[in-house]
Ligand binder design. Structure first.
Ligand code: 6GU
Length: 262
């Protein structure tokens, strides 16, 4: 996969040289190119921003440096252009899987109040444009989002994560949060590892872990359970979910008291 990142803080992306993603680059699985937007300006001051039409606080990124930078990375195959923005679609594991199937991702890191909207419209002629948000809070620019998205996508590429089994049993892999994990010693500061995990009974261990996934998800992320298709659940799951307050209504999970509010 090829990745181009355009930013006025290219040093921010140095973290992509570290750890799993850095290793994937060394191994030739990921071809990452970071570009300084200021290299595409045409004035002596390398200006990338200007005041907003219509007034208001802050500055807006000028269109022409973006057009020059994007043209320089476009290629001929209609790459996906990810525009990090708190006004984007919220990123999740399903989107990470979709992006992992692409051959070329381009990231346009805005700063200030954002990029002149005409750039986003114009880019649609040669890119598949996707405004993407990390969640409902505001960052100063897109760079941190690029680090997060490249890491989430990169680890899904074949060969990046050493043991692909570890991608199966992790949070969001099956729409639920991950079960809690423990290691030695079995007793630590008067706290014992749940007995079932020492039992060697793989069936009991699997159902304990699944039970814990439901308990955790119900407590921390009830939004993930609400509306879940009951067809994906086993009878034993429905017993546990029933104890957690969930019923099946019209083929999907609904919390007994909360569903009307959601
Ligand atoms: Cl992707 N960008 C910015 N600037 N702020 C954000 C965000 C992205 N996601 C959440 N907040």
């Amino acid at each position: 996969m090829r990745i181009d990142v355009i930013s006025i803080f290219p040093e921010y992306l140095a973290a992509l040289e570290l750890s799993l993603i850095g290793k994937a680059r060394q191994d030739g699985l990921l071809d990452v190119h970071v570009h300084n937007l200021r290299d595409f300006t045409l004035d002596r001051h390398r200006t990338v921003d200007d005041t907003p039409y219509g007034g208001g606080a802050g500055m807006v990124m000028k269109p022409e440096p973006w057009a020059q930078a994007l043209e320089s990375v476009a290629g001929d195959r209609r790459p996906v252009l990810i525009v990090p923005s708190p006004a984007g679609t919220v990123f999740n594991q399903a989107m990470a899987h979709e992006l992992a199937a692409e051959s070329h991702l381009v990231f346009a890191c805005g700063r200030y109040e954002g990029i002149d909207e005409r750039v986003i419209e114009w880019a649609g002629e040669s890119f598949d444009v996707r405004p993407v948000s990390l969640g409902d809070y505001v960052l100063n620019g897109g760079e941190v989002a690029v680090l997060a998205i490249v890491e989430a996508v990169g680890r899904l590429l074949p060969g990046v994560v050493g043991n692909p089994e570890s991608l199966v049993e992790e949070s969001h892999a099956n729409g639920l949060l991950e079960y809690p994990v423990y290691t030695k010693p079995s007793s630590w500061r008067e706290r014992d590892v749940p007995e079932v995990l020492l039992s060697g009974n793989h069936g009991r261990i699997a159902s304990f872990r699944r039970h814990e996934q439901f308990r955790r998800t119900a407590s921390r992320r009830p939004d993930l359970l609400e509306g879940l298709a009951a067809a994906t659940l086993e009878p034993a799951d429905l017993t546990v979910l029933g104890e957690l307050g969930y019923d099946v209504v019209g083929g999907v999970l609904a919390h007994r008291y909360r569903s009307a509010e959601l």
